[in-house]
Ligand binder design. Structure first.
Ligand SMILES: Cc1cc2nc3c(=O)[nH]c(=O)nc-3n(C[C@H](O)[C@H](O)[C@H](O)COP(=O)(O)OP(=O)(O)OC[C@H]3O[C@@H](n4cnc5c(N)ncnc54)[C@H](O)[C@@H]3O)c2cc1C
Length: 380
């Protein structure tokens, strides 16, 4: 396994060196060439069956299991996530379709995800339903052989470039328990009545959007799992999603790069700041171990949501800590002639903006702490 993992890292790094421009710091910079680079890179990963390597061969994978997929995730994050928005399909859309989809849904959606041909967005949050997701109000009303969807979603990442939306809608209006009566729909974004309005935000170009549903028709064949039983799927989605972003790997790389970049000037960095740099490096390793604890559980077939919450808390706090340290080290130099546009400065700035959102996206840190406390104080 160790040899295999080492070989995989070497292969991925060679691909990255060969295919990514030296100044690449992510796909959502506002420069369309960066998005095109990510699309191209994904196609190459897909061709080599590396995009979804943990998946069964029948769906375009290599049956490689979660550990090797973790290596792919780490290398991608360490190199500014050249899979762009594809990580959603890979990390959680595909796995939950595999678990809950009909044969028809599996053969329609999985090969397209593993081929890197389709971007998915997640239609969960609404203006009145974020942390309290079960309060969602978007409705799905039976109509002939399908449903009519009406309502609004918000903060929907990548909706403006997505081909499909993984949507939560209410099929039962006033249930006694709000978590029942929610259904998952797989919705084509070019369906009549589906519209997107981009939202400007710190996390960058094309990231966040509002999505409106006005009598959007979805055939019953695109209901995922049982009607009214979507909440269970939501819990699985969130667990896969929270594990799927290897922020620690990017932190590790940036901490190392800033040290190398400064060379002799490193000695001019105040000792208190250098001490924080060392502590942050230790915490990247702690976060990695917490991630591995979840991956080990995943490999054994059962993921504990409390472990996922512990990892998510650690890694998002780490991300913010590292962003502050890097900004303090690089910040004063960033205005020097020649450095403003340097890759390191752009990467640090991007990391700082993205880290700010980390304790909100995919469930706020307060909700993660609540989930963890509940699991410890009142285990099921
Ligand atoms: C970068 C980014 C990307 C996102 N992408 C998507 C996406 O693709 N799809 C999608 O559906 N959503 C997405 N979201 C939305 C995200 O899931 C929500 O922002 C998040 O769930 C919080 O919901 P809210 O914004 O409505 O805040 P609220 O739920 O209104 O929370 C406001 C504050 O109150 C606190 N709070 C609320 N309830 C409690 C409680 N019971 N106990 C303690 N504190 C509480 C929260 O922690 C928070 O600090 C994204 C958000 C960001 C920042």
């Amino acid at each position: 396994m160790q040899t295999e993992a080492g070989e995989l890292r070497t292969k991925l790094r060679a691909m990255i060196d060969e295919r990514l421009p030296a100044d690449f710091v992510g796909s959502f910079t506002g420069d369309s060439k960066d998005l095109a680079t990510a699309e191209d890179f994904c196609r190459q990963l897909a061709e080599d069956k590396l995009l979804c390597m943990a998946w069964p061969e029948a769906y375009g994978g290599q049956d490689a299991g979660p550990w090797l997929q973790t290596i792919v995730r780490e290398e991608m994050w360490a190199h500014f996530e050249p899979r762009g928005a594809q990580y959603m399909g890979v990390n959680w859309v595909g796995p939950v379709i595999m678990r809950h989809g009909t044969e028809e849904q599996k053969s329609e959606h999985l090969p397209r995800i593993s081929a890197g041909e389709v971007i998915w967005c997640q239609g969960f949050s609404e203006p009145e339903a974020g942390s309290d997701l079960s309060g969602l109000r978007t409705t799905a009303t039976p109509d002939g052989d399908g449903y009519r969807i009406n309502g609004q979603k918000v903060w929907t990442s990548y909706a403006s470039i997505a081909g499909w939306c993984f949507l939560l809608a209410r099929t039962e209006r006033n249930p006694a328990d709000l978590r029942s009566g929610i259904t998952v729909f797989l919705v084509k974004t070019d369906s009549p009545g589906f519209s997107v309005r981009p939202l400007d935000s710190l996390v960058g170009h094309m990231h966040l959007n509002e999505v409106f549903f006005s009598d959007v028709y979805v055939p019953a064949s695109q209901v995922l799992g049982e009607v009214g039983q979507g909440w269970r799927i939501v819990m699985e989605v969130l667990a896969y999603e929270r594990l799927g972003i290897a922020r620690y790997s990017k932190c590790d790389r940036l901490l190392a790069e800033v040290r190398t970049h400064l060379g002799e000037e490193w000695n001019d960095v105040p000792s208190g700041l250098r001490e924080r740099w060392v502590r942050a490096l230790v915490r990247t390793r702690q976060s990695r171990l917490l991630a591995y604890r979840v991956v080990a559980a995943q490999a054994a077939g059962h993921v504990d949501p409390a472990d996922v919450a512990a990892y998510r808390i650690a890694v998002t706090v780490l991300d913010q800590e590292v962003s502050e340290i890097l900004t303090e080290i690089v910040g004063p130099k960033a205005l020097s002639p020649g450095l403003t546009e340097s890759k390191l400065v752009r990467a640090v700035e991007d990391h700082w903006r993205y880290a700010l959102a980390g304790t909100v996206s995919s469930g706020t840190i307060e909700m993660q702490r609540r989930a963890l406390a509940r699991a410890i104080l009142a285990p099921a």
